[in-house]
Design a protein around this ligand. Structure first.
Ligand SMILES: Nc1nc2c(ncn2[C@@H]2O[C@H](COP(=O)(O)OP(=O)(O)OP(=O)(O)O)[C@@H](O)[C@H]2O)c(=O)[nH]1
Ligand SMILES: [Mg+2]
Length: 469
């Protein structure tokens, strides 16, 4: 399959390959693009060199699809190979390159039953299309220069967005905001390299010390831009995965009851048997616009069971990566001798649960929030405390441009390469060496956009999609 390739010369590397790619029509693929299950309408998409020919074979209506005006829906019927009616549909055709994938694309809006959509898809296969892989439509859009890799990833984020801000961030990324910032950084580096290479090719012109100072200042600006983007990584993680809030404590304290309460439904088994929860359980809740990943854990106690000990190891692991810990304990029971806070960074709220029951004297002067998972008492205050912590720690995602872990990895390498370039400049080494470092930075930035030949990156990005996207 065609993949874009990094160009070697500096001048060419200003252009992102995917942007300038010519359309290479691929094999014709088809998939149901709406979620499985019943709905009023389902969408079947066909894309590729023979998409319109496939449509001609399966469509019966006033005109043949190959005679349709592009982008306009037409009413007609889908028939199987024997001419038997499968469904009445609306069909539109989109001719390359003016389509989502950049190829000839056919969209069939059929009735949303599971069987009927499967039969429409089957008819497409019979007429010559093959089944699309996960993300293959968007992958083609990327390969045909319709979008850069950050925009393709934004499609996944858009589908998965759970809060308004996550949605806005994904939309802005889809519009190319992140891609444009990266492209600007690349352009800055390309100019620098061009300048340096000019001094190598035309040494008689000579770079005066003043010039190298200017170069250094420009490199510093580029570094600052990369650092600013890297700083959005936490926000990106929170937008995509939520603030990690881990509920932990002794067995039977009411951890699972709290998770269920905050979620608003009975997600986890609750029982008065100690050690009911054996594994960590994660669920996403939207707390006044902030995505929170709530994690219920196996209760802590001395146990001889291997299974339970494994559960507790997982609890400890969750605590290490928590943004906030909720240490919950049963105030009706005596204070455990080893009662202590465990969070790695001190971000912890202590909760005395079962406030509907009498408080054991051990807890008399303990400063903690009293709650009851049975009656709901204190839960509003708990939500406020959680949001207060998020605000103090700046965990609330505000910036709409937010990088993901893949971008972070590339940007870190770009920054390291810029640092090496700066050190090389300071050490007064030959400009060729500076140019080599800067080209490494360009390559790393190119990976963010998918402008370099990185087969596994593409595979890992597009495999996250659902079929039909
Ligand atoms: N009276 C009262 N009972 C509660 C309250 N919260 C939880 N319980 C009860 O306490 C018992 C233990 O609750 P769980 O939520 O299963 O406790 P856990 O901490 O998840 O326990 P493990 O999974 O075993 O570690 C159950 O019988 C709950 O009904 C509360 O606020 N008041
Ligand atoms: Mg439990």
């Amino acid at each position: 399959m065609h993949r874009s390739a990094e160009r070697s010369s500096v001048e060419r590397s200003t252009s992102v390959t995917a942007e300038n790619a010519s359309i290479i029509p691929g094999e014709t693929i088809a998939a149901i693009s709406t979620p499985p299950g019943e709905g009023a309408i389902a969408l079947v998409r066909v894309s590729g060199a023979d998409a319109i020919a496939v449509a001609d074979k399966i469509f019966r209506g006033r005109n043949k699809p190959s005679e349709f005006s592009p982008q306009l829906q037409q009413f007609g019927e889908i028939v199987d190979e024997t001419g038997e009616l499968i469904d009445q549909v609306m069909m539109s055709i989109h001719r390359a390159p003016i389509s989502y994938t950049g190829e000839d694309l056919v969209e069939i809006s059929c009735h949303g039953g599971t069987l009927v959509t499967a039969r429409v898809l089957e008819a497409c296969f019979h007429a010559g299309a093959r089944s699309a892989r996960a993300g293959e439509f968007t992958e083609r859009a990327f390969l045909n220069g319709k979008m850069d890799l950050t925009q393709a990833e934004a499609v996944i984020d858009l589908i998965r967005a759970k809060t308004d801000l996550a949605l806005r961030s994904a939309t802005e990324q889809l519009e190319g905001q992140l891609g444009n910032r990266i492209k600007n950084i690349r352009t800055g580096i390309v100019d620098l390299v061009a300048n340096i290479e000019a001094s190598i090719d035309f040494p008689e012109e000579g770079i005066t010390p003043d010039d190298s100072e200017k170069l250094r200042a420009r490199l510093d600006l580029i570094r600052e831009e990369i650092v600013a983007l890297l700083a959005t990584a936490d926000q990106g993680r929170i937008l995509r995965e939520g603030v990690r809030v881990v509920i932990y404590g002794a067995t039977n304290a009411g951890k699972s009851s709290l998770l269920n309460r905050l979620l608003g439904y009975e997600r986890v088994i609750v029982s008065d048997t100690h050690g009911t929860t054996r594994d960590t359980i994660e669920e996403l809740v939207n707390l006044r616009g902030v995505p929170i990943r709530l994690i219920d854990t196996a209760g802590l106690r001395t146990s001889t069971s291997d299974l339970e000990r494994e559960g507790m190891t997982r609890t400890e692991r969750s605590l290490q990566t928590a943004d906030l810990c909720l240490h919950i304990t049963d105030r009706n029971a005596p204070k455990p001798p080893d009662f202590e806070t465990r969070s790695a960074n001190g971000a912890e709220i202590v909760l005395l649960n079962k406030s509907d029951l009498p408080e054991h004297k051990d807890w008399k002067n303990v400063d903690a929030l009293r709650i009851s998972c049975a009656t709901g008492e204190g839960l509003l205050q708990l939500e406020q405390k959680i949001l207060g912590h998020i605000a103090r720690e700046n965990l609330r995602p505000e910036s709409a441009v937010a990088i993901n872990t893949r971008h972070r990895d590339c940007l870190r390498r770009a920054l390291e390469a810029c640092d090496r370039a700066a050190a090389t400049m300071s050490n007064g080494l030959a400009p060729e060496y500076v140019a080599v470092d800067l080209k490494d930075a360009l390559h790393a930035l190119g990976e963010v956009l998918g402008a370099v030949d990185v087969e596994q990156i593409l595979d890992s990005v597009f495999s996250q999609f659902c079929i039909g996207k």
